[in-house]
Design a protein around this ligand. Structure first.
Ligand SMILES: Cc1cc2nc3c(=O)[nH]c(=O)nc-3n(C[C@H](O)[C@H](O)[C@H](O)COP(=O)(O)OP(=O)(O)OC[C@H]3O[C@@H](n4cnc5c(N)ncnc54)[C@H](O)[C@@H]3O)c2cc1C
Length: 394
């Protein structure tokens, strides 16, 4: 079996395929080694799959230095705060704040010496027949596989090869984001701080490494498509002209080519064709507005591998079982992510005023059911006992 993409979904899937007795090969476009990136909250099904893989201790040891999430005003005063105990109630269980790259690194450690990962390699062409898939790689080599798993992210090349160009399946949310590492800012080393102005937000939080924080920018934008690397900093500065708080000083530290992308959800009528199947962002990107993409990517990788184990020699049945389990959840989370993102970055001054009042009212125990509607209960896509089902019994 071939897995394209050594990200969260691909590595999780490869781990569980190996556990089931397969010999998966993973190809990854990027070179091996540490990446920069952004922070994620791992909760629900992702947390539970990590538990089943025995990697929770390794992840817990490398959490972000973030105790709470705060909304701040232009004078850096905290106007609302979400502390960890309330966040855990809202998510119906424990969560880990991690660098995305740390999660990938720990997952890569879990498959090390078990799964072959070919870095700086990608699929150039695929030809399927009834018996197998003939894959031509970018270096010209060819190999046959019984199944190909596309786990190559929101801009998946595997999807493009099998289902056609991305614009057909992409729903643009009307936002762009950028992020990059910056030195810690004094007084802001244990909080994820969000500063909102009409149509744009600046976020600052410490990473798992003392001395390094992440500056993240989320803004409304109607320009879609790949953003040329050379244009990224100019576009970001144009979007944040006249911005307050620490924004000017964070923008002054932008690297030449920051990570920058549109918020794009992927909506495909089917997640598999023939012997090729998609997992993670490749088939169901949720965007950062759900804070669950990595969790769903891990659940998808796990559930695909277990479905293949449950349907030996019947890949079509396995793909269908996997999709039936995950798709309804993804569709619902995509819908909620769209409305959450609009509320997170209101377009107008009046909208921002409402957000301030609403946030103060909602960030308290009494509003937990409402908060859960947006974020909680993710583990329901996993069969069997979970931290979350235990949580509910209390
Ligand atoms: C700023 C930000 C904040 C987020 N916050 C959260 C959060 O709080 N909680 C959460 O759960 N999720 C969060 N997410 C979403 C989460 O990161 C993604 O949903 C998740 O990483 C998807 O995993 P994936 O494995 O499908 O894709 P990716 O993580 O994108 O991995 C894809 C892999 O495929 C490789 N690849 C790409 N093309 C090819 C190719 N042609 N051939 C071979 N390899 C290829 C890439 O190099 C990469 O290694 C956030 C995302 C962003 C951008």
């Amino acid at each position: 079996m071939l897995v394209s993409g050594a990200g969260v979904a691909g590595l999780t899937c490869a781990y569980w395929l190996h556990e089931a007795g397969h010999t998966p090969v993973v190809v990854e476009r990027a070179a091996a080694g540490p990446l920069g990136g952004y922070g994620i909250d791992l909760s629900g099904s992702g947390y539970d799959v990590a538990g089943r893989m025995g990697i929770l201790d390794r992840l817990a040891a490398r959490q972000l230095r973030v105790d709470s999430v705060a909304l701040v005003d232009g004078a850096d005063r905290i106007t609302a705060r979400l502390d960890r105990p309330l966040a855990e109630k809202m998510l119906r269980g424990p969560y880990l704040g991690l660098m995305h790259s740390t999660l990938e690194e720990v997952l890569a450690g879990a498959v090390e010496d078990r799964v072959e990962i070919r870095h700086r390699q990608r699929i150039a062409a695929l030809r399927q027949n009834d018996d197998d898939v003939l894959v031509t790689f970018a270096d010209g080599t060819r190999q046959r596989f019984d199944v190909v798993v596309g786990a190559d992210g929101v801009h998946s090349d595997t999807r493009e090869l099998v289902f056609g160009p991305e614009p057909r399946w992409a729903r643009q949310l009307g936002f762009s984001m950028a992020c990059y590492p910056v030195p810690d800012v004094a007084g802001r080393t244990d909080v994820r701080a969000h500063f909102t102005e009409p149509g744009r937000q600046t976020v600052l939080y410490p990473t798992d490494t003392v001395g390094t924080s992440v500056a993240l920018f989320l803004y409304r934008s109607q320009r879609h498509g790949r953003i040329p690397r050379a244009e990224r900093v100019a576009r970001l500065r144009a979007a944040y002209q006249g911005a307050g708080w620490y924004t000017p000083e964070l923008l002054a530290q932008a690297p030449d080519e920051p990570f920058m992308d549109d918020l794009t959800q992927i909506e495909l009528p089917r997640w598999h064709r023939g012997r090729v199947v998609l997992i993670g962002d490749a088939c169901g990107a949720l965007t950062l507005g759900s804070a669950q993409g990595a969790s769903v990517a891990m659940a998808g990788g796990y559930l695909l591998a277990t479905a293949l184990a449950a349907h030996p020699g019947a890949h079509t049945d396995a793909f269908a079982a996997y999709e039936a389990r995950v798709r309804p959840f993804v569709a619902e989370r995509q819908r909620r992510a769209r409305s959450f993102t609009r509320g997170l970055v209101p377009a107008t001054r009046a909208g921002r005023g409402i957000q301030r009042v609403f946030t103060r009212l909602v960030l308290r125990d009494a509003a937990v059911p409402l908060l859960r509607f947006g974020f909680g209960d993710v583990s329901s896509i996993l069969p069997g006992p979970s931290h979350h089902s235990k949580e509910r019994q209390r």
